[in-house]
Design a protein around this ligand. Structure first.
Ligand SMILES: Nc1ncnc2c1ncn2[C@@H]1O[C@H](COP(=O)(O)OP(=O)(O)OP(=O)(O)O)[C@@H](O)[C@H]1O
Ligand SMILES: [Mg+2]
Length: 429
């Protein structure tokens, strides 16, 4: 499980840390930096998939030119905070802390190289680009290589305790493939690589969910592809079908009672619903919100969901009454070991309904007046947040602008506003 991500000079963050729980909610104004956090997770995912920096940031294409991995939003340069030389990302995965710093390669236009990297298990070094004294960087300028040291290395002349890796690719994915790497360290790099590699970024598109799918496609695509066959697979197991139908009859009492999976002459499986009134409706005629809910149910109730799922604006297109049930299901499923969800939201209703555990893992992203950079803070740590949540509802604190005002106070801005927050729990305008 990932427990925190620190971003230094990544997009609009100077040095900020996001606390990550089983279910993490991120709120904040437009253009505050919520999707920039998603971009940071995508970058880390690229590291876990063993991509080079250029591929993680700019995109990776297959042999036929088809896109295998879409790059991070913006131009290559825009991954680094404006006017800064390098980015540092630090992620905590269970007892491991993985840190990577990279910057532009001055010798090759448009290219990036790793300038610092380390993996620790509690306080123990698994590998590091720095020697034990910490003052000797092992990057050899110009030759595009990095030395990853392990154990106690006092000086670079102790030549046995390192592996040599390419500097244009994170060492994490290279270390364990090196023969010289100590066996005892391999499971550590593998564990972190696996956690970073096991992320999904869902961007559900009802149009894609309406399309038929070939039998055997039992993994939902990031845009909701293969929904008919994914649901069909769930329905083949009577217990899972029962759970699915129970949630569906709560979530969509009018529009879905049961499923049918007609096959066309090409063998593709289509999706149709039986409505409460007995009418049959094809997925082509189903509503966007119903399809979005079905796709989320298919993901959340699929066989052993694990890893980290990132949903942008989970409330998108879903009525508040249904958001509540969806929230319940996510909170229930993420209470299980090994499954995490992160979402951004602008929905006050959703926010008001989060449970105490999710409240602890709700963060606000904010650009304070006159500041270019954004800050990330756990909402629960704002003054009187717990108390005001109880009396006014968290959603009201979001829509009334209280969070930004409280942050202006805690970050040392405008004392007058701050007093208004303390008194009323609302921003005074
Ligand atoms: N390299 C960079 N350096 C500094 N700031 C940047 C950089 N790249 C992007 N930004 C800032 O990040 C903003 C975009 O943030 P982001 O897309 O994360 O917003 P958001 O919180 O997701 O908003 P919305 O709710 O509208 O989706 C840009 O408007 C810009 O101000
Ligand atoms: Mg956004």
């Amino acid at each position: 499980m990932i427990t925190s991500v620190r971003l230094v000079n990544f997009k609009n963050f100077a040095d900020e840390t996001l606390r990550v729980g089983p279910f993490t909610v991120i709120v904040g104004a437009n253009a505050s930096g919520k999707s920039n956090i998603r971009d940071a997770f995508r970058f880390l995912h690229g590291v876990g998939r063993g991509y080079t920096l250029a591929e993680s940031i700019g995109g990776k294409y297959g042999v036929g030119g088809q896109i295998e991995w879409a790059g991070i939003r913006g131009t290559m340069d825009e991954i680094i905070r404006f006017n800064q030389p390098s980015v540092l990302c630090q992620v905590e995965v269970e007892d491991f802390t993985y840190t990577i710093r990279f910057g532009r390669d001055e010798d090759r236009a448009g290219a990036f190289q790793v300038t610092e990297e380390r993996l620790k298990h509690i306080a123990n070094r698994i590998y590091s680009t720095q020697t034990e004294r910490g003052d000797l960087y092992s990057l050899r300028p110009g030759d595009g290589e990095l030395l990853l040291h392990w154990d106690k290395v006092i000086s670079p002349s102790e030549v046995n305790n390192y592996v040599k890796v390419r500097a244009d690719q994170p060492g994490l994915s290279q270390f364990q493939r090196k023969e010289r790497a100590p066996d005892k360290h391999r499971p550590c790099t593998e564990r972190v690589t696996q956690a970073l590699g096991n992320m999904r970024f869902l961007d559900l598109d009802p149009q894609r969910m309406r399309e038929p799918a070939f039998p055997g496609q039992t993994v939902l695509g990031d845009r909701g592809e293969h929904l008919p066959t994914v649901l069909q697979a769930i329905c083949e197991d009577s217990q899972r079908k029962e759970t699915l139908v129970a949630w569906i009859s709560e979530l969509t009492p009018m529009d879905v009672r049961d499923f049918e999976f007609p096959t066309d002459p090409s063998g593709r499986v289509h999706l149709a619903f039986l409505e409460a009134n007995g009418r049959k409706v094809s997925a082509y005629a189903a509503s966007d919100g119903t399809l979005r809910l079905l796709a989320m149910l298919a993901l959340l109730l699929g066989p052993d969901p694990n890893g980290l799922y990132f949903f942008e604006e989970i409330d998108n297109g879903i009525h508040p009454a249904r958001q509540w049930l969806l929230l319940e299901l996510i909170q229930k499923q993420t209470a299980k070991q090994g499954f995490q969800v992160i979402t951004t939201t602008h929905s006050p209703d959703l926010l008001t309904m989060v449970n105490d555990e999710t409240f602890k893992n709700t963060s606000v992203v904010c650009r304070l007046e006159d500041a270019d950079d954004a800050i990330i803070r756990p909402v629960a740590e704002l003054p009187r947040a717990g108390e005001l949540r109880k009396s006014q509802g968290l959603g009201n604190l979001l829509s009334g602008g209280w969070m930004e005002t409280a942050l202006a106070f805690t970050e040392g801005y405008d004392e007058g506003e701050a007093q208004a927050v303390g008194r009323t729990g609302r921003a005074s305008h």
